[in-house]
Design a protein around this ligand. Structure first.
Ligand code: FUL
Length: 480
């Protein structure tokens, strides 16, 4: 087996495959910080300050759905330790707050609203707890944390994501906790086997920043040691390459999966990226940021480069003190949803005459995995042409590999016939789960896609060529 073939033996677990198809989902940061105007609470906040008198989780879910998001992850407990559900393991919860006279449960309301409106529900539970007196004492804290996880994963229906934050500081008396991750993971696998564990977990990788920046080439096959930076020294002893042994891997490295990076690694894993960022500067609501909601343009840019850059997109929208998302944020989400719906409305490839230099390209007309294009055995390139009798105006092209066959494509180009000749209009590197290629006003009879390098036979689960519907277009693009 060639080296490239070995790389393509690494494929997603079914739970990762399902997760990736959610594409775009919401983060909701809400806790005592919302009432203290802080980003990190220190655990001394009184539960008496928590009183979101108009809390309406259906308003959250409706707004989130209007943007085209398919899930919602709630900060059930942030670093301050305040629990949005009446945990039996601590008094520092909604039960001690005036909200609903202590009879409320935000987690329950959020889970129910998601279920009612048909989106997935996930939980963020901060391992770092600045209120819990057991923090930093080893097993007693692990017992406490595993107990809280058990409450969340037992009482609130199906959970799609358990989001473990990397932030880890000192507890009440300056002690640091060394988390028993393996134990936490086993609680999750037992209680919610379909849930993906994100960031400090084995299923979904943090993209390495919180600003919404994305990589040009995002690979899902990466070194196993990407998963756990603490284990670097232990793992690297196994490599024979001296220079490589000394090189550390961090989540923010610009290249995590090229052939060059992978070649000295002993263990490789499927570990796809998630881009997480906030619609405002902060994660929590601050009155002073009500007019600092990201522009539609910015959000489209992040969407195209995350969902359309072989990542998933987790966008945070923080509720205000009254328990509602603010008007500006709600409006922006609706605008984004409208843009997405318009962009991907009319797929011109359905009525195009498709041809390829090998394989059955017709199989890529439908956006599913039941049929897919694959080049003939032994080929690592492909040339695919879409042709229409009358000229079409294209706003966007979407390419999707069949990731069940791993991630294979290394580079490709897109050409359009302009004035009787093919001209290159886009040059790309990886495809992976999805590549979105926004174009500006290309009117043509023919589009040609050339896969110029692939690890083994290139696949396409889907080729979408969308008619231009939006008046705004977003980089990169040519033609105007
Ligand atoms: C960080 C946290 O410290 C922030 O408060 C926020 O929750 C973000 C998503 O992760 O590490």
């Amino acid at each position: 087996m060639t080296y490239d073939e070995q790389l393509t033996k690494i494929v997603p677990h079914v739970r990762q495959f399902c997760f990736q198809q959610l594409e775009f989902y919401a983060f909701i940061h809400f806790t005592v910080n919302t009432f203290t105007d802080r980003e990190w609470g220190d655990g001394t906040e009184s539960p008496l300050i928590f009183d979101p008198e108009s809390l309406d989780t259906e308003q959250w879910v409706k707004a989130v759905k209007s943007a085209g998001m398919r899930g919602l992850i709630l900060t059930c407990k942030h670093h301050d330790g305040f629990c949005l559900w009446p945990s039996k393991l601590t008094d520092h919860t909604v039960a001690a707050s005036p909200w609903k006279n202590g009879n409320g449960d935000v987690v329950k309301e959020a889970a129910e609203a998601c279920k009612k409106h048909g989106i997935k529900f996930g939980v963020y539970l901060s391992p770092w707890d600045r209120n819990c007196p057991l923090y930093g004492r080893g097993k007693p804290y692990d017992d406490f944390f595993a107990g809280q996880l058990t409450e969340l994963l037992t009482n609130y229906g199906e959970i799609f994501s358990v989001w473990f934050d990397g932030a880890c500081g000192e507890g009440i008396d300056g002690k640091k906790q060394h988390y028993d991750w393996e134990r936490y993971y086993s609680v999750i696998r037992t209680l919610q086997p379909n849930a993906c564990i994100s960031v400090c977990g084995p299923d979904i990788r943090w993209c390495g920043n919180e600003a919404g920046h994305t990589r040009i080439s995002e690979w899902s096959v990466v070194p196993e040691r990407t998963k756990d930076t603490e284990k670097i020294s232990e793992k690297s002893q196994h490599s024979d390459n001296e220079e490589f042994r000394l090189r550390k891997i961090t989540a923010s490295d610009s290249d995590l999966g090229s052939r060059e990076v992978l070649k000295n690694e002993n263990e490789l894993i499927w570990y796809p990226a998630e881009v997480n960022t906030s619609i405002r500067p902060g994660w929590f609501w601050h009155e002073s940021e009500n007019d600092k909601v990201r522009s539609l343009d910015e959000l489209i840019h992040i969407y195209n480069n995350s969902v359309g850059g072989n990542s998933t997109f987790l966008l945070n929208i923080p509720p205000a003190r009254n328990g509602l998302l603010c008007e500006n944020d709600v409006k922006r989400l609706a605008e984004l949803g409208e843009y997405i719906r318009n962009t991907f409305q009319t797929n011109l490839s359905v009525n195009a005459i498709l041809s390829a230099d090998s394989g059955n390209i017709e199989a890529a007309k439908t956006d599913d995995y039941s049929t897919y294009y694959i080049a003939d055995k032994g080929r690592t390139t492909a040339e695919i042409t879409a042709e229409w009798e009358r000229p079409v105006t294209v706003g966007c092209i979407v390419l999707k590999e069949n990731i069940l066959c791993s991630q294979r494509v290394e580079s490709f180009t897109v050409e359009a016939e302009l004035n009787g000749e093919f001209a290159e209009i886009y040059r790309g590197t990886v495809i992976g789960y999805k590549r979105i290629i926004p174009l500006k006003n290309i009117t043509t009879n023919r589009i040609r896609i050339k896969i110029t390098d692939s690890r083994t036979e290139p696949t396409l689960a889907f080729l979408g060529i969308y008619e231009r519907k939006n008046t705004i277009s977003h980089s990169p693009g040519v033609g105007e």
